[in-house]
Design a protein around this ligand. Structure first.
Ligand SMILES: *Cc1c(COP(=O)(O)O)cnc(C)c1O
Length: 238
């Protein structure tokens, strides 16, 4: 069954992405839309797949694993991002079923991920979550903790299967999307400084920032992954 509302919102968001990229004089293929499907059932995700989406974001490991299995069994080739906090005891399932873990926020978690990835003989692409606005209610490294974190990774841990590809953030929420701009700019500048010191060891090409209400601002500030839920699918089921 074709979902007209979803078709329209996909079309609208694609145009908004193109416009934001062009305003920023960025390459038209520089942004990946991560469709945040948390709490939406498999049927809705399947409608999105039929309409051409193939990259999805989930917050909870258990719910994500169920959905990944559903689509694997049906032969779909999709990409799954874990965008919610990851507890160490769920690291194995996360590595086994997800393609990206966007919420790496401790050395202990990297060690655990490396161990399970080695056991599964699989590489796992990861982003380091930064609490750029130092919101007490959010996880992620504080900005000043990020350099020491990378130094430990490079000098002591030297992960082989955990591929750190960039940074992710969820800034303080504000009604006005332009309030997010300074946080997104700070994340990009932080990434640029990291590249000066750690660019030989880590690629750091990805910046996951921007959600339904502020993804245009995030693209203008350099986002390569935007995580969009409600603007695509409508209000989330409770
Ligand atoms: C739910 C969620 C999103 C999507 O939020 P929307 O407002 O629905 O676009 C993006 N990122 C994270 C980390 C989320 O938890």
């Amino acid at each position: 069954m074709k979902n007209r509302a979803l078709e329209n919102s996909i079309q609208k968001i694609k145009i908004e992405i193109e416009d934001a990229l062009s305003r920023a004089r960025r390459d038209p293929n520089d942004v990946t839309l991560v469709a945040v499907s948390k709490r939406f059932p498999e049927e809705v995700i399947e409608q999105a797949v039929v309409l051409g989406l193939r990259v999805f974001g989930e917050n909870y490991v258990q719910e994500g694993v169920r959905k990944v299995k559903f689509f694997r069994e049906r032969g779909y080739d999709l990409e799954w991002h874990l965008i919610g906090h990851l507890q160490k005891n769920k690291a194995k399932s996360a590595v086994e079923y997800f393609d990206w873990i966007e919420t790496v926020d401790s050395i202990e978690l990297v060690k655990r991920l490396e161990r399970v990835a080695d056991g599964l003989n699989k590489d796992i692409q990861c982003l380091v979550q930064v609490n750029i606005s130092m919101d007490p209610g959010k996880s992620g490294l504080h900005p000043h903790e990020v350099r020491p974190f990378f130094k430990i990774l490079r000098d002591e841990i030297q992960p082989k299967h955990v591929k750190i590809k960039g940074l992710m953030t969820i800034p303080l929420y504000s009604e006005d999307p332009d309030d997010s701009r300074k946080w997104y700019r700070e994340l990009r500048e932080l990434r640029d400084r990291l590249l000066d010191d750690f660019g030989d060891n880590f690629e750091l090409c990805e910046l996951s920032m921007g959600m339904s209400h502020d993804f245009k601002v995030a693209i203008e500030e350099g986002a390569t992954f935007i995580r969009v839920g409600q603007a695509l699918f409508g209000p989330r089921p409770t």
